[in-house]
Design a protein around this ligand. Structure first.
Ligand code: ZN
Length: 157
């Protein structure tokens, strides 16, 4: 277990399309364990492999109850809409106003290659969309309406 360095949006790795995971081996498990440590240390909600420089379709999401490991994830259903503040560990100190589905359901493989489904609303629905975008090289700053001002951020607290 080890912490990995979180890349910022100036790094080319964050703007590339990631390749599917084909080997569900110890290397993948180490990556997942490291990503979990890194996410907890950074106090984030989600982390995608390209954020630690690995161009593979791997995402983890802290639902508050567990850390979901999503390998080769796809969004298979969305519902509703929400508009709110969104941040990213790769865009430190800034937040944007982003429209996302209120609800999202994903299909993904676990660390052993077994397919499963997971769903989430509000923050978790938003997080699924945000993290899966990372796998296609898309940051929230490319889909946001605008950055939030200091004043707006203070009002949200
Ligand atoms: Zn992000």
């Amino acid at each position: 277990m080890a912490l990995r360095n979180i890349l910022t949006d100036k790094e080319p790795a964050l703007h590339k399309v990631c390749r599917p995971v084909v080997s569900f081996d110890r290397k993948l498990h180490t990556l997942l364990d490291d990503m979990k440590d890194t996410l907890l240390e950074a106090n984030g909600v989600g982390l995608a492999a390209p954020q630690v420089g690995i161009l593979r379709r791997v995402v983890i999401v802290d639902t508050g109850e567990e850390i979901l490991e999503l390998i080769n994830p796809e969004i298979i259903q969305t519902d509703g809409e929400q508009e709110g503040a969104e941040g990213c560990l790769s865009v430190p100190g800034r937040y944007g106003l982003v429209k996302r589905p209120y609800y999202a359901k994903v299909r993904a493989q676990d660390r052993y290659g077994n397919w499963f489904e997971a769903e989430g609303e509000e923050l978790i629905g938003r997080c699924f969309c945000h993290e899966l975008d990372h796998l296609d090289g898309i940051l929230y700053t490319q889909v946001m309406e605008r950055f939030l001002t200091e004043e707006e951020l203070n009002a949200e607290d």
